[in-house]
Design a protein around this ligand. Structure first.
Ligand SMILES: [Zn+2]
Length: 586
């Protein structure tokens, strides 16, 4: 809390809001009505829990009461018992851990949701398991129907880096064409039927900038198509969907995403979006299918139009609202396109390219800031983040310090001098703990040991007064918050479980900090820490009950933790015992 305290001192507006929220909160209302009569009954009570509130006024509690969407009271089981009426739904937590619902600060929810349709092979660590999953899809498909999947990584299952072949897939899919793209997205693995339907034979020449991998003895394609050779695959033949069918499919996909998120304990997401997508989300809300709160970002390309339309960050309500304007300043570390001050260690002639000049970036951020728009700029390289900090500094100079909470998305590599500027300028570091534990396999090779000391530098950023917001970048990484908590607490790779003591372990966080920045920190990044992200009177009743206490189990068990209940706005939207999902699940 002290870290937030430091930030609050810089933002008197926040303090005023906090006071207002306290004055208007149901806690006060409760106290008044209580003097006269018994308290109003709650609609939901959680009792006998180990409640970690993420609120400094009462950090721990046993029970809480909610009425409708809002938390009325938090306290001991005895205190809260007086809120139980005949219509109150009571959950006996049986000592389990109760925390605020998770809030993913950075994801691509629409894309992630439609990706659920495909087979996701992320992290699958044996060929047999891949084939089992393909066979499962085949069993559910019509003969001839395409089976598509993504994110397989054969280096996880073979020490010799041998590629898989079409014959592996033929064993489980003789009558369905199969196409699986690799984790990097730069190659595809297909079966014999897919090659046949695409007309790829041993006589097909390699396309420009691509390779059809071939058996060195026979010249027959092996089923691996590299780079542009993937473009030879012909998955066509299907009927084109009408506009109405496409919209229905989009809705079905989003609902699948809501369900997936509820199972994982997410009650809020901050995601790339569009005005038309948010209209669809509204429709789903009207149909009673929205089980999480949606903050959608709009691309900076439309900023002048949005300003003319009178739109700004924060428009909407507690369910669907407009978030920041999203900007890109560079690429990724994996592709070597991050904008760096010094050349890459493994490519000494190249330091990455920013997507625009400092002047262009500054103009955008100053303009957005002046018109009430928070910005979030994708910056991976140290030079990329430096440019964003310069731009925000200029916005503060020109427009004044106005608690805009501009964000840097990813902020993976930073020069030491820039770390303190986050706190000074009130810039939020929107980070994805799993990016660290995935990228550390190649980070040192790419940028060298010294630059890695301030890479994914959570501890250094906090020490310097920054606020973090945690997320996943789904579907780049899986949506499961437990992976993020595990990664930030251990800095150990999830697939390989190495290094055991953590990569640059001085940057590790505690379990409490990790959950805090995944709940309250995320809410802060969205200007909503006085509305959600902690369990206190007057906050939204967005809550998860975990099957085990993350604070006492060994870190290695965090990945096994499951969410027993997800509650959004006082309604149970996921109940693991019955396996049921839905906003009316009571
Ligand atoms: Zn992203």
């Amino acid at each position: 809390m002290t870290r937030f305290g430091a930030v609050r001192r810089g933002f008197s507006a926040v303090v005023t809001m906090l006071l207002l929220a306290t004055l208007l909160s149901p806690a006060v209302v409760r106290a008044q009505s209580r003097a006269a009569t018994a308290p109003e009954p709650a609609t939901l009570v959680i009792t006998n829990g180990t409640i970690i509130t993420m609120d400094s006024r009462m950090p721990r509690a046993e029970a809480l009461a909610a009425r409708g969407e809002w938390i009325m009271a938090v306290g001991t089981a005895d205190e809260i018992a007086s809120f139980i009426g005949s219509g109150t739904r009571v959950i006996d937590a049986g000592g389990r851990l109760v925390i605020p619902g998770f809030n993913d600060t950075h994801c691509h929810f629409g894309g992630g949701s439609s990706g659920l349709r495909q087979l996701n092979l992320y992290g699958v660590d044996s060929l047999e398991e891949v084939l089992r999953l393909v066979a499962e899809k085949v069993a559910a498909a019509e003969p001839g129907e395409w089976i598509t999947g993504s994110r397989y990584d054969h280096t996880l299952w073979t020490a010799s880096d041998d590629w898989p072949t079409r014959y592996d897939l033929d064993r489980v899919a003789p009558d369905n064409p199969v196409r699986l793209s690799r984790a990097s997205g730069h190659s595809s693995w297909v079966n014999s039927l897919a090659l046949e339907l695409s007309g790829i034979t041993k006589d097909t020449p390699d396309p420009h900038a691509g390779e059809i991998q071939r058996d060195p003895r026979t010249g027959e394609p092996t089923g691996i198509l590299i780079e542009s050779a993937s473009g030879l695959i012909r998955t066509g033949g299907g009927r084109r969907l009408s506009a109405e069918e496409r919209r229905q499919r989009q809705k079905d996909d989003l609902v699948a995403g809501f369900r997936h998120a509820a199972e994982l304990g997410l009650t809020s997401v901050q995601t790339s979006s569009s005005l038309s997508e948010m209209e669809v989300v509204r429709e789903l809300q009207a149909e009673g299918l929205l089980t999480l709160r949606w903050t959608g970002w709009l691309g900076i390309g439309g900023i002048r139009r949005y300003v003319e339309q009178g739109l700004r960050t924060g428009d909407g309500d507690n369910w669907v609202r407009i978030g920041m304007a999203k900007i890109f300043i560079d690429g990724t570390l994996g592709d070597g396109s991050a904008a760096m001050f010094e050349p890459f260690t493994d490519r000494p002639d190249f330091d990455g390219l920013p997507t625009m000049t400092q002047e262009e970036l500054t103009d955008l951020i100053v303009y957005a800031d002046r018109h009430g728009w928070q910005t979030g700029t994708h910056a991976i390289g140290d030079r990329g983040s430096h440019m964003v900090l310069n731009a925000v500094e200029q916005a503060v100079t020109e427009n004044g310090m106005r608690d805009m909470r501009h964000r840097i998305e990813h902020a993976q590599l930073l020069i030491p001098d820039d770390i303190r500027r986050f706190g000074q300028l009130g810039v939020v570091a929107s980070m994805q703990p799993t990016h660290c534990t995935t990228d550390m396999r190649f980070a040192e090779e790419r940028v060298g040991y010294d630059r890695c000391k301030t890479a994914y530098a959570w501890r250094s950023l906090l020490d310097a007064g920054a606020v973090l917001g945690f997320g996943t970048d789904w579907s780049v990484e899986p949506l499961d918050p437990m992976r993020g908590v595990f990664s930030s607490v251990t800095r150990t790779n999830i697939q390989r479980m190495e290094p055991e003591t953590g990569w640059f372990p001085e940057q590790k966080l505690t379990v409490w900090e990790s959950i805090y920045y995944y709940t309250r920190g995320s809410a802060y990044a969205d200007h909503l820490e006085n509305t959600k992200g902690s369990l206190a009177p007057g906050r939204l009743a967005d809550i998860v009950i975990m099957d085990r206490n993350l604070f006492v189990i060994p870190p290695s068990e965090i990945l096994d933790a499951r969410v027993d209940y997800t509650i959004t706005g006082g309604r149970i939207v996921w109940d693991r015992e019955t396996g049921s999902w839905g906003p009316e699940n009571r």
